[in-house]
Design a binder for this molecule. Structure first.
Ligand SMILES: Cc1cc2nc3c(=O)[nH]c(=O)nc-3n(C[C@H](O)[C@H](O)[C@H](O)COP(=O)(O)O)c2cc1C
Length: 342
């Protein structure tokens, strides 16, 4: 994004909302809308875009809105303001995820600028990673970014715990593939090649599977242990063809965003932390691949919380690593998501 200070508030607000729309969201549902009113920007959770089968409690929807709220604040900071954010300001209106007031003008620091530069560059990755282990101090720094937003990024899990997370992910993926309601919902958000819809997961955003299995076995080609991928293509030859050089990919560093509680505020904190972690990683050439299928199934999520994450609530599961493959994504235009006073 353009990082020059913006003294015209209206221009800064429009640019910041356009930036916020680049936040990650489950299946690229972009479940948000923005409204400028009464001197503040209101971020609304758009429950018309809720995944009713896989996200009945709206946890992932609020995680997505938290990522957008964080990005909005970051973009305003980068534009030279010191915004005042209120999360869930009205208990009677839970769909009002947050409000942001511009605040006084204040120059952006280097850290803010570094993160803001990544907003439009960051992309979700869905393949294996290059064999380039991430240094421990870097993973520690990512946790620092997550903590600054009220969550944690757990990394450095022992190998058996990583294998357990991979196994539970595979179990969830196989159950979802066999379930018509889950797979029907996923198909509604998976875009065929050439589609110009500005939401959902486009076909050039994931690698084409070598075989197109109806189930995911342990024999992996995205590193070992294999983390099961969402089945966006349903047996069709969608997806980009991975470069031949990417023959022996690595799993990367397995990480989880966790929170101490599990209410709407925690979900929003997880989303804010997620986006901050992703932008910091992106600024250091590191991408993330997500595997949240098990978190959509109550018993599996509870199992992971108790047995792997020491009773902390897992909000996102991801692999972090270095890739040289480009990502692909789309966003809805500003006039679809933003209402201004006339
Ligand atoms: C709560 C949440 C859950 C997600 N779960 C997955 C997942 O299981 N698999 C996956 O490939 N991507 C997952 N994603 C990534 C989204 O698909 C991605 O953010 C969206 O398609 C937009 O693409 P972009 O991140 O490249 O901008 C998740 C994102 C969020 C916020």
């Amino acid at each position: 994004m353009d990082l020059r200070p913006v003294s015209d508030a209206g221009t800064a607000v429009r640019a910041a909302i356009a930036a916020a729309s680049w936040a990650p969201s489950v299946h690229n549902t972009q479940p948000w809308s923005f409204e400028a009113a009464g001197g503040e920007i209101r971020v609304h959770a758009d429950t018309d875009r809720l995944l009713r089968v896989s996200d009945p409690t709206a946890r992932e929807l609020y995680v997505s809105c938290g990522a957008a709220l964080y990005t909005l604040r970051l973009a305003l900071r980068a534009a030279g303001y010191d915004p005042v954010v209120r999360v869930l300001p009205d208990p009677d209106r839970p769909a009002l995820a947050g409000t942001v007031r511009l605040g006084p003008q204040a120059p952006a620091d280097e850290h803010t600028q570094m993160l803001a530069e990544e907003i439009e560059r960051r992309r979700t990755h869905r393949g294996g990673f290059l064999h380039r282990p991430l240094p421990r101090p870097f993973l520690h720094a990512l946790d620092g970014e997550a903590r600054a937003e009220g969550a944690r990024l757990l990394t450095g899990l022992p190998e058996p715990a990583v294998a357990a997370v991979a196994d539970v992910t595979r179990a969830a993926e196989n159950v979802q593939r066999a379930d018509a309601a889950y797979s029907g919902e996923l198909m509604r958000w998976a875009r065929p090649p050439g589609s110009d819809r500005p939401d959902g997961v486009p076909a050039d955003a994931y690698p084409r599977d070598r075989a197109e299995p109806a189930f995911v076995s342990r024999a992996g080609h995205r590193g070992e242990p294999e983390f099961a991928q969402r089945d966006y293509s349903r047996g069709r030859s969608w997806g980009y063809v991975p470069r031949p050089g990417a023959a022996s990919p690595a799993t990367g560093a397995v990480a989880a965003v966790v929170t101490a509680g599990d209410g709407r505020e925690d979900w929003i904190a997880a989303g804010r932390a997620l986006q901050r972690v992703l932008l910091f990683a992106s600024a250091h050439g590191v991408s993330a691949a997500f595997h949240t299928q098990a978190l959509e199934m109550y018993h599996l999520r509870d199992f992971l919380r108790r047995e792997v994450f020491a009773d902390a609530y897992p909000q996102m599961i991801m692999r972090l690593g270095v890739t040289d493959e480009p990502g692909a994504t789309r966003r809805r235009p500003l006039d679809e998501i933003f209402t201004e006073p006339s």
